[in-house]
Design a protein around this ligand. Sequence first.
Ligand code: LLP
Length: 428
Amino acid sequence: MHDFSFHENTLHAEKVSLRNLADEHGTPLFVYSANTIRDHYRRLDEALAPLDHEIAFAVKANSNIHILSLLGEQGASFDIVSGGELFRVVKAGGDPAKCTFAGVGKTREEIEYALELGIHAFNVESEAELQFINQVASEMGKIAPVSIRVNPNVDAKTHKYISTGKAENKFGIDFERIPEVYENAENLSNILLKGLQMHIGSQLTSHQPFLDAVTKVAPLAAELKQTHGIEFFSIGGGIGIVYDPALESGSEDWWDSFEPDQRPLTAAAYAEAIVPILKPLGLKILLEPGRFIVGNAGVMLTRCLYEKKGSAKTFKIVDAGMNDLIRPALYQGYHEIVPVQQSGPRSTIKTDVVGPVCETGDFFCQDRSLPDFQEGELLALMSAGAYGAVMGSTYNSRPLPAEILVDGAEAKVIRKRQTFEDLIAQEL
Ligand code: LLP
């Protein structure tokens, strides 16, 4: 499912050697494969062909303007959550009219900016927000197109920090209240009701929670089409990817070896589950995938600085830290760690791969059996294309890494590495 593979014992992104990229641009370094991004977009688009659908890329997963522009060229719309993301889409040549603006805490400035540019719709997350958008729109003499986010109270069976569709989560409005909220919205003169939206969580690895949510909410969407003339139903994002190589796609037998409800999720399996329920609605279906499109399309390169054999553990200390890729520290996220140079058979070692940041949580794996790589060796942390660079910080005054986009044999710097001067540039 991705274009990172070994040629002559060196890991490549498409036709470009990752070793050469690291030598030229330094580490840590994010490298993306354009072909993988296009391929994932196309797979999802094709799987959903039976529906009148639109794929709105969740910009939060990877907001580099070159990635956004690549997806815009494929025909993607954009799911944004801030004024900054809207700014990025516009800079990437994207059309504001293809942006839906989500998030529980939109500010006046952000609402004004979005109304000024003319976005597709706001995904409204509370009644207070609906009132406020109406007020701002009225002051500007504009009509605000909205969809309301329903919280379907369905268990997404994912990490608790990225589960969003339960009643105790801060997102959306309770399922039972939705008809009344639409009713009341009809009295708001500067609101135009255009759709219904939901999103139950991220990194879902089975189709079942999607099926549960769609089954529960589709009748509501049908009712709102009747009563309020809504045009679209956005079913959110959340399609999970395979992070663990033990689960990596192999033969048909491999796939069949899983119980049907345990099989890793594919675009086809996702579509097969939900299309029969959505098709009869006759509504436009919007999707907001982030990770599925870019997750496996990126790696983070890092170099091993030191090995430290303690009394309890062996640590491999690398030059990337939790500030560069926070997923392991924050969600116990798993990223496969691969030496970029294959050398003959090597022994394995049980080790913690850790960064230079002064936090005990600064690790990429703990007690994992890995090929015994050495000081100076280059490593790839796989599947770092989503929620990688975008969640980076300069904690410990570590400059943000560079980002490279590979397309075939071409490699383009799409973000320069920060300098020490960049670190303090705003502090004058
Ligand atoms: N739509 C909404 C309303 C969302 O909140 C999200 C993700 C998405 C779409 C896209 O979800 P995706 O298709 O990428 O799963 N930083 C975490 C993930 C946070 C997801 C936040 N919302 C991680 O690294 O796992």
